[in-house]
Design a protein around this ligand. Structure first.
Ligand SMILES: *[C@@H]1O[C@H](CO)[C@@H](O)[C@H](O)[C@H]1NC(C)=O
Ligand SMILES: *[C@@H]1O[C@H](CO)[C@@H](O)[C@H](O)[C@H]1NC(C)=O
Ligand SMILES: *[C@@H]1O[C@H](CO)[C@@H](O)[C@H](O)[C@H]1NC(C)=O
Ligand SMILES: *[C@@H]1O[C@H](CO)[C@@H](O)[C@H](O)[C@H]1NC(C)=O
Ligand SMILES: *[C@@H]1O[C@H](CO)[C@@H](O)[C@H](O)[C@H]1NC(C)=O
Ligand SMILES: *[C@@H]1O[C@H](CO)[C@@H](O)[C@H](O)[C@H]1NC(C)=O
Ligand SMILES: *[C@@H]1O[C@H](CO)[C@@H](O)[C@H](O)[C@H]1NC(C)=O
Ligand SMILES: *[C@@H]1O[C@H](CO)[C@@H](O)[C@H](O)[C@H]1NC(C)=O
Ligand SMILES: *[C@@H]1O[C@H](CO)[C@@H](O)[C@H](O)[C@H]1NC(C)=O
Length: 277
């Protein structure tokens, strides 16, 4: 049954491949930009990373400066102030990204202590977050301490205390602890930590959500018109990549070529749906 169907479709198949070869040959620079920015970044099982992010398989014109993503050891990363932040998920409609500190991934005693520092030109802290302060190598017991843990490192055992509220006296200033690092966590994770139903590690690895400081209205209009959001690398302004060309705001649905494949090769789509049966 299936081979019969394929046989009867064979002439159609060759027409389709002929058509698609022609289409590929006629791809212009603008089509390439549209095609390139149509692809999301997919790294280590985290997919759907798109505008304003670029990098890996997305050209720099598919995103905005500062939003470069690298696929490092099979995880998508953003590098900010010399720290890698691991992307856990993105939400295009918010728009937001949930990240965790890579230096804290699977350890709460990284080799060097660095505070979380966000580039506020690109991101902002979303609501629903709590600052978790981690104190290292303290030699007195902090009364407000919630959870403590010991890390085994190359430099011996290190004790870590985590606190979700601010202390009246800074234990580092008083000399009771050697270091402190501030890491935002979801407030739900902070509450779970207070209730002793999660670990410092799991709270930190759960990451935190950052809002993206971008004009989402502009990008949504472009997408609704059938385009892909991007950057005009000449002017640094917004660019909406469409099937026929790049526009400054939205696609022109009535311009020649704007409908691309859909209008000129209806067979292609019909055949595709037959073959899926
Ligand atoms: C998009 O552009 C990037 C960078 O130039 C390139 O590595 C990638 O292969 C391109 N992808 C497609 C589908 O053309
Ligand atoms: C982040 O980028 C800076 C400069 O490009 C580089 O020196 C640093 O090693 C990067 N950090 C990580 C963790 O990859
Ligand atoms: C994405 O963000 C929107 C707006 O903040 C929210 O309503 C929605 O639930 C979020 N989606 C996911 C999957 O978290
Ligand atoms: C982190 O920031 C706090 C104040 O915001 C500061 O006291 C502390 O020394 C910083 N820690 C590191 C490791 O820079
Ligand atoms: C956490 O601390 C940073 C400064 O280190 C501050 O900008 C941010 O607003 C604080 N977040 C919360 C939820 O208190
Ligand atoms: C520990 O206690 C001693 C003596 O009270 C003090 O000199 C030192 O600064 C304290 N702090 C640390 C981090 O060792
Ligand atoms: C938290 O839970 C752990 C094990 O689940 C237990 O050993 C520890 O005593 C608890 N700590 C507090 C402060 O309740
Ligand atoms: C970039 O902007 C210039 C000036 O407005 C325009 O001529 C050019 O076509 C634009 N290119 C893209 C890719 O949007
Ligand atoms: C859209 O394209 C048509 C056909 O080329 C043209 O007449 C019209 O002016 C264009 N509209 C816009 C807003 O660019």
């Amino acid at each position: 049954m299936r081979s019969l169907l394929l046989q009867s479709l064979f002439p159609l198949l060759s027409i389709t491949s002929f058509l698609s070869i022609n289409v590929e040959l006629s791809l212009s620079q603008d089509d390439l930009q549209y095609a390139n920015c149509s692809e999301d970044i997919n790294c280590g099982g985290i997919g759907g990373i798109s505008y304003p992010f670029w990098g890996v398989n997305r050209a720099n014109y598919c995103g905005l400066p500062g939003f470069e993503v690298k696929c490092v050891d099979n995880a998508p990363m953003i590098n900010m102030s010399n720290i890698n932040y691991r992307i856990l998920k993105t939400n295009d409609s918010a728009p937001s990204v949930t990240v965790a500190r890579q230096d804290y991934w699977e350890t709460i005693c990284p080799p060097t202590y660095v505070n979380t520092s966000i580039n506020f030109f690109l991101f902002d802290y979303n609501s629903g977050l709590t600052n978790l302060t981690l104190y290292y190598e303290c030699n007195t017991t902090i009364p407000e301490v919630l959870t403590s843990q010991v890390c085994s490192t190359n430099n011996g055992d290190i004790s870590v205390w985590s606190i979700t509220r601010s202390l009246p006296l800074d234990p580092v200033a008083t000399g009771a602890c050697k270091n402190k690092v501030i890491v935002p966590v979801f407030s739900t994770a902070a509450l779970a930590l207070e209730a002793n139903t999660t670990t410092i590690q799991d709270a930190v690895d759960g990451g935190f959500e950052l809002g993206l400081e971008i004009n989402n209205v502009q990008c949504n209009s472009c997408v609704e018109s059938g385009g892909k959001c991007g950057l005009n690398t000449t002017t640094g302004g917004f660019s909406c990549f469409c099937l026929d060309q790049a526009y400054a705001t939205v696609c022109n649905a009535t311009a020649p070529g704007a409908q691309g494949l859909v209008a000129s090769t209806p067979f292609y789509y019909n055949l595709d749906s037959y073959l899926r049966v």
